[in-house]
Design a protein around this ligand. Sequence first.
Ligand code: ZN
Length: 452
Amino acid sequence: MTGKQKRNLIRARKIGEKSRQNDMFSNDIIHYIKTHTNIEEKKEADLFRFMRNINSCSRLGLFGQTADENTFIAAHTCKHKLCAVCNWRRSEIVRMKYFTFLKEDVLIKKTIKKGIEKIDKIEQKDIDFMHLTLTVPHKKGLFKGEKWYAHKLIEYYNSMRKEDFWKENVVGGEYGVELTKGKEGLHIHIHSLLLVKKSNKNRNKLHKNILIYWNKVTSEKGDKSTITEKRKDAILKGNELLKKSDLKKIKGTGSTIIGLNLLFVYSKKPLSDKDIWIENIKMYKHYINYKEGKLMRGAIMECIKYHFEPVAILDESGHLNVEFVAEVLPLIYGKPLYRKFGFLHGIKQLNVNYKEQTLLEEIVSIAENAIENLFVKRERYVAVDCRRIFVFDNKLVIKGNDPITILQSTTALGAANELIQIQISREMQKKNKPIEIENFPEMQNNMNFLCN
Ligand SMILES: [Zn+2]
């Protein structure tokens, strides 16, 4: 099997799994609505809209077929922020983009302003990648009296990036807002990847400045409190450049936890002579050098993976936390939770315009990555519900007895156009259906496909 075929099977397995996970989400919502009698009208409408989205997602997948092989090409998706399929797709797209971008030793940014092309360059040997996590205190789920404080977080982060200490050290980066559900209600925080100029103790210098700034903006107005000696000692432990006198201005009501790390991996064997043995997990901590391409890109993906799944929506049993979803849906609707800044801002090839991407554009972008040649003739193309896709013994299998839709065109581009027409007519039909629970059929054990 070629690498290309292997990658295609991984994608096919994923789209199958994720579209069946959407079915589970849908069932969980139906169950919730049926068992709760006093759901607010607005909440119920939001849940219905979400369900309608995920119920339409990847129902039309485009596959190439020969006598002995099925190949997954692309699927029509719903682009919802909480959709299982779409979150996976976003992660796939971002991964591909960053991998390609970071492969070069010199990072290049081309921008066109008033018709004039400008080129900026950064040599990877001159920077360190760091992962920054920013949180705020939120007793009883409230920060400065607000439950949805994401915009405050973003506002403070934007203002911090205008400070001199920041501009002198950080050349660019990107960030995402992540939401989880804690005991104290919504927990909203920022994960950010930073490109930091290489210098002696750059991490500690930056950490010190961020701590002082972030504590100040996140503390209550007129706060005269300070932090305990124990807390001071804990902070000093994490940064050898900090002195007790630096912590005089640290306020009790502000944030005191700043996560700032050079990218690293844990390894059973030392990967360099500088690795540090960590006794409690019995592993070596290895800080990654930009020359370690694969490790580096893996760690970067680990750092930005939260952007693809901005909301942790599963409960402990692996089911959808419907209550939480209902609470979060109106808050995230239409709100950008992801941004690039500094050097990365304006780099078109890293943009994730996934929301606007049509099926046709998606297929073109896949073709550009050489998975499928748009104009090469294949035996035939078919449209299949992706929930029917399984991978067994390294083969893509379409389960179920329902007939599959054979498309007329013999090129991927033509087949994609046909698929779009089918999608449009389906949407027209759906428009006439009233939104009520009877129109959302419950899926039984991932449907009849398994009975085959
Ligand atoms: Zn979707």
